[in-house]
Design a protein around this ligand. Structure first.
Ligand code: FES
Ligand code: FES
Length: 169
């Protein structure tokens, strides 16, 4: 077992973790944060994407034991406590970018990571930003449109503001 201290969506946590536990299983099974999904379990589908220390990672490839001192962001930290959506989430809704929803948490986290690095990505940058995330339902077009429109509507500024406020990272 390893003792780790970290923040999850701005809240401090301290836990004993099994040395070989993946971050994905730790989140879902030990902490009950089931918004992050398991697809391939092998780093290929992006369903399990979370943000760790400001970078999108596949949580199926990270060990929970690596969490000590980390800042973790998951989909549970996105909507406000009253259920109101972020600009990015709202845009996914408006553009019908969610069908079965299995890829959505990972897509949102990858898009958030992209918008933090590039407030106004062009279409090519959006495609690159989500290239590690598979969607079996939408054909990607609605997702790309949702991210482009969210960027036009100030999603990056909202992400920066929430990060500064400690809401989120
Ligand atoms: S479950 Fe992690 S990349 Fe597919
Ligand atoms: S909405 Fe079903 S996999 Fe993307």
């Amino acid at each position: 077992m390893k003792h780790v201290k970290f923040t999850l969506n701005g809240k401090p946590f301290e836990r004993e973790v099994l040395e070989h536990r993946t971050l994905l299983h730790f989140l879902r099974e030990d902490l009950g944060y089931t918004g992050t999904k398991e697809g391939c379990g092998a780093g290929e589908c992006g369903a399990c994407t979370v943000i760790m220390n400001g970078e999108a990672v596949n949580s199926c490839l990270v060990l929970a034991a690596e969490l000590d001192g980390a800042k973790l962001e998951t989909i549970e930290g996105e909507a406000a406590a009253d259920g109101s959506l972020t600009i990015l989430q709202d845009s996914f809704d408006k553009h019908h970018a969610v069908q079965c929803g299995y890829c959505t948490a990972g897509m949102i986290m990858s898009a958030k990571d992209l918008l933090r690095r590039n407030a106004h990505p062009d279409r090519h940058a959006v495609i690159e930003g989500i290239e590690g995330n598979f969607c079996r339902c939408t054909g990607y077009e609605q997702i790309i449109e949702a991210i482009l429109d969210a960027a036009d509507n100030g999603a990056a500024a909202e992400i920066a503001e929430r990060t500064k406020g400690g809401d989120n990272a």
